[in-house]
Design a protein around this ligand. Structure first.
Ligand SMILES: Nc1ncnc2c1ncn2[C@@H]1O[C@H](COP(=O)(O)OP(=O)(O)O)[C@@H](O)[C@H]1O
Ligand SMILES: Nc1ccn([C@@H]2O[C@H](COP(=O)(O)OP(=O)(O)O)[C@@H](O)[C@H]2O)c(=O)n1
Length: 346
């Protein structure tokens, strides 16, 4: 069971205004959490003492929420609290954990949760920085750095495709069979945890954070990610994470598909030679020697697959800022992203 919170303010104490705003709030909660009506067990509403013209629950019934239990209460009155406000707590039969709940605060009620709200453009959505780009451009390094400086979580979506690839390699699932991959994803128990040491990736109870970094897993991640059924499920999981908390998220389709309303979108790139050289150094540091020309070939092959796939190919979103990091070190790129963010938030 999870409990999703929401609140909205009303301009006048009239039946019409109360029902209209409650309906807007419930619709947004349903949409942002991809809720089916049958999943909702009950909703508790409160209204501040200045709202007396109608019960908010009436709006829920008219939205077709006929089977769940509804109650309306008066909100406890606290001096100088936000007036004309309707609050809701939606109880949902889901095993996804409380962190997956996307809470919704609209109109003046956004002031109640400044940690979730993020300026006019976001309209109650949490802060989101989307970083896309080709393999080895420095997305994870930069996303991690930016998240640390902002004190928010970093979500590495590539790690989710890598975890699925690892699971399928171990289970002998055909990497070309989209349907089988989607089924395997349902059974895989892929889950992300965000702690003080960053993101950790699990297959059920098994921590695979380090194992998924293998080169063969990375190459197979790009193969499993071609399939639309797989992508659809992954995107849903990613949107849930970003729905309820501020994030820096990196991947291939974050600005174009996962977070189309992100506060800031960056398309980070570098030449294929520079990217291969970075991988080369990274591998050398781990005691693995690989020929540079083969790494360039592999990276270009991965770019081709990511950019030419039919579903959600890698491309720069129209409103993304292009950052070429071929001649910048990682710290310089982090600074650029932070100053771009300051500009969009100003
Ligand atoms: N701007 C940069 N300059 C030099 N090296 C970088 C830069 N950004 C990242 N790196 C290094 O390049 C390698 C690949 O970076 P990574 O963040 O894993 O890329 P991506 O997530 O885009 O695949 C890492 O070894 C990282 O330390
Ligand atoms: N949002 C995402 C993230 C990764 N991916 C795929 O997953 C693969 C591994 O992602 P990654 O970000 O870990 O890859 P690297 O760039 O770190 O090598 C990529 O090559 C993409 O094909 C994707 O399709 N969409």
């Amino acid at each position: 069971m999870i409990a999703i919170r929401g609140a909205i303010t009303v301009d006048a104490n009239t039946r019409e205004a109360i029902l209209q705003e409650t309906e807007a709030l419930l619709k947004e909660i349903l949409e942002r959490n991809s809720l089916e009506r049958e999943e909702i067990v009950g909703i508790n509403f409160t209204a501040t003492r200045d709202l007396t013209a109608a019960y908010p629950a009436v709006a829920a019934r008219s939205l077709g929420l006929v089977d769940c239990s509804l109650m309306c209460f008066q909100e406890m009155h606290v001096e100088n609290s936000l007036p004309m406000c309707i609050r809701a707590m939606v109880l949902v039969e889901r095993q996804t954990g409380q962190k997956s709940a996307a809470h919704v605060y609209m109109k003046e009620a956004r002031r109640l949760r400044p940690d979730l709200a993020s300026g006019e453009a976001g309209a109650g959505r949490p802060l989101a920085v989307a970083i896309d780009g080709p393999a080895g451009a420095g997305k994870s390094t930069v996303a991690k750095g930016v998240a640390k400086r902002l004190g928010i979580i970093y979500v590495d979506t590539g790690a989710m495709y890598r975890a699925l690839a690892l699971h399928c390699m171990e289970q002998g699932v055909d990497l070309e069979d989209g349907e089988a991959l989607a089924k395997a994803l349902d059974r895989s128990g892929i889950r992300l945890e965000h702690g003080s040491d960053g993101q950790r990736v699990f297959l059920g109870e098994r921590d695979v954070t380090e194992e998924i970094r293998r080169e063969d897993v990375g190459n197979n991640a790009s193969r499993v990610s071609v399939h639309p059924d797989v992508r659809e499920k992954m995107v849903e999981m990613q949107q849930r994470i970003a729905g309820s908390q501020a994030v820096v998220m990196d991947g291939r389709d974050i600005g174009t598909h996962v977070l189309p309303d992100a506060t800031l979108k960056v398309y980070l790139t570098a030449s294929s030679l520079v990217r291969a050289q970075r991988r080369h150094l990274e591998l050398q540091a781990k005691g693995m020697e690989r020929r540079l020309d083969l790494l360039v070939e592999e990276i270009e092959e991965r770019d081709r697959r990511d950019m030419e796939r039919e579903h959600a190919p890698l491309r720069q979103a129209e409103d993304a800022v292009l950052l070429d990091a071929s001649d910048l070190d990682a710290e310089q790129v982090v600074e650029r992203v932070l100053s771009l963010l300051e500009r969009v938030e100003a």
